[in-house]
Design a protein around this ligand. Structure first.
Ligand code: ZN
Ligand code: ZN
Length: 327
């Protein structure tokens, strides 16, 4: 197999030939056909997450077909198309796993962070954490659903049932979530980098009611806001934009420091919370509904070998929607 390997933090990924790996008990081997590039991959490459590992193969929005099955795997077949997400394994017995909050597991394994991921021609996964994808939809279009879509979905659930939803940071997750929220009959208010009129018009074409810069106030108070950008300064701005009792959900795995702000912004039962990882049930719930939602993912594809370029373009905000690597 071939892979783009992170050998040292803060150095480019290296195109490397590795011996073929065999699935052990409970595992599957998947021939990767598409792997999305997520902002979390940038955090992995930059060493911004706790206890970074190297060498590691990043990538956790994996679509591919099973080509080998380990002992004891049930319900999956050779040739079946599956998706492999960020949550790669949980312990099943910690206090969080015991109460259906496996996203907070004390001993998790994360694809592309603590276990090799999908910037490769093949990968190994715990079969219980792979999602069967069926045959509807193209591999490249489905890949961004596996993290951008799923984390967006969990964030929207955490945001509550309000109709007016603000999205701060209009990248891969927000462009999917706008379509999900519209399908649910909600209104979306899109906040981009100040002056980024191209992304603002992209948001409107996807159905956003309003789009503007992150320092602007929306035309009416929001019921909830979800922050996808890694910018801590957005937290007080989002609190200011939500109504009494409204919620602000921080959806990223990493954010720079949140500046101090007057208590009045939180007062009146506004809530500030974060979303971490996903549960398998999130994936089942979301992927069951996506075929009915007619989600169109806007993708920019790169050959797997060009993963460093894809990461650089993501960092620079050079494309709308999501980047996807194709082996
Ligand atoms: Zn656990
Ligand atoms: Zn991700």
């Amino acid at each position: 197999m071939w892979a783009m390997v992170l050998n040292n933090l803060r150095t480019p990924l290296e195109w490397t030939e590795l011996p073929d790996r065999q699935p052990t008990s409970g595992q599957i081997r998947v021939n990767v056909t598409a792997c999305g590039v997520c902002r979390t991959d940038l955090h992995v490459v930059d060493g911004e997450l706790p206890d970074p590992r190297a060498p590691i193969i990043p990538g956790h929005e994996i679509v591919g077909r099973i080509d080998a099955i380990g002992a004891g795997v049930k319900g999956l077949t050779i040739g079946e198309r599956v998706g492999i997400p960020w949550l790669g394994h949980t312990c099943g017995i910690c206090p969080y796993c015991s109460v259906n909050r496996e996203n907070l597991c004390d001993h998790p394994v994360f694809t592309g962070y603590t276990r090799d991921g999908g910037f490769a021609t093949a990968t190994i996964a715990d079969a219980r954490f792979a999602f069967p994808l069926g045959e509807a939809g193209r591999d490249v279009s489905l890949a961004p659903l596996l993290c951008a879509g799923l984390i967006g979905w969990r964030s929207l659930t955490m945001a509550g049932s309000g109709r007016k939803i603000g999205l701060y940071g209009f990248g891969a997750a927000a462009h999917i979530l706008t379509q999900v929220a519209r399908h649910q009959g909600r209104s979306v208010f899109a906040f981009t980098r100040p002056g980024d009129v191209a992304t603002q018009s992209f948001a409107r074409t996807l159905g956003a009611t309003w789009a503007g810069g992150s320092e602007e106030m929306p035309p009416e108070p929001l019921d909830a806001a979800i922050i996808f950008a890694t910018v801590g300064d957005l937290v007080p701005l989002a609190l200011k934009a939500v109504r009494k009792g409204g919620r602000v959900v921080c959806a990223g795995i990493h954010m720079n420091d949140i500046p101090s702000f007057p208590y009045a912004l939180l007062w009146e039962e506004r809530q500030l919370l974060s979303v971490a990882n996903l549960t398998r049930q999130d994936g089942i719930d979301f992927l069951r509904q996506t075929p009915k939602m007619d989600i169109v993912t806007h993708t920019t594809t790169y050959p797997l070998k060009n993963a460093n370029q894809a990461l650089a373009d993501l960092r620079a905000g050079l494309f709308d929607g999501a980047a996807v690597l194709v082996p």
